[in-house]
Design a protein around this ligand. Sequence first.
Ligand SMILES: [Zn+2]
Length: 384
Amino acid sequence: MFRTIKLRLPYDSSLLETGRQFREACQMVLDYGFAEKTYNKNKLNRATYEDVRKKIPALPSALVQTARDTASESLKQTDLGKEIRRKSLTIRYDRRTFRFYPDARTISLTTVHGRLVFPIANSPLIEKYRGEYTNAQVAVDAKQRKMFVMIQVEVDKEIERKVDGEEKVIGIDRGMKNVAVLSNNRFFNSKALKSVKGRYRYKKKKLQHAGTRSAHRKLRELSGRERRFVLDTNHVISKQIVNLPFNIFALECLESAGMRKKKKGRRFNHELGSWSPFQLERFIRYKAEDMGKAVVCVNPKYTSQKCSRCGFIDRNNRKGSIFHCRNCNFQLHADLNASRNIEVLGKSEYFRLPSTSQSLRFDESMPTGMVETSSKPLPSGRGS
Ligand SMILES: [Zn+2]
């Protein structure tokens, strides 16, 4: 499985310059790809490699190639639909261009001034996630004069993850109306989040309608602000959740249920993007693991139709936010009923897992893709 560790780097002018040249190389490929309507890596490489080397001779060949890959992915993400102006100074590294030395707390990176070794800040994550260091990204924040390296680690699947202390499971239901509803009757409902989103949607519509250049710029700023707001909210909520006196958090595996793939409508994806239960899940997972707690995935099938008291399953049990069992007459808030089902499923999922010793083992037998929140390649620094 893959994990990403983020570590602070000293602010360095060679890396800054490398970031600038990397961005320039990216931009050349982006421009060509957009003009010629292609994101095919081979085509892009054949058409741009020589030009990029000529124009940016100090940028090492291996970085020219990762810049081309980054550009190709950005083109693919936008479906060649719009011109991309790359702002980010993020540099992408692979096995050829970086080497991480966890014991020495150093990292060597290819730069425009050759291969350089940098000290990195210590972090408990270095010990926690030992393994093969496959990819990395250096993020440069020129305004704040800060640099970070995100290192992708492939850790052994058999890694043992005990939870500290007695196992206490809680179920978490995520939804459109409530950000999260917990089986201990706690609701995480962000009114602020909802009203902010409504406001943004209204403003966006107006701006989209205007269609001018400045409207476009404002639109970009707006979506950036919205994204940061959702990010902050998810950070706050996930932190409150993992700090509760429970050490096993049961969640539905939305992604493995094919939720994203099935409903491909643009509007739906947009809603998902700003609602972002995936992000919430990722945050809960990381924060929980850092605290020696665990997350289990449960099958989302029937969690909202099943009565958490008698187990009777019927589609008609749920009407909007009300759960009313057709069998035993039990009534409850629908999300709360779902979270209780998730808790029960989480318990059986957790305790069914094979354990060779008294200590509980987490071999991640759930479908990959969901279990691994940071799936293979690191997201490329996007152009917009
Ligand atoms: Zn019932």
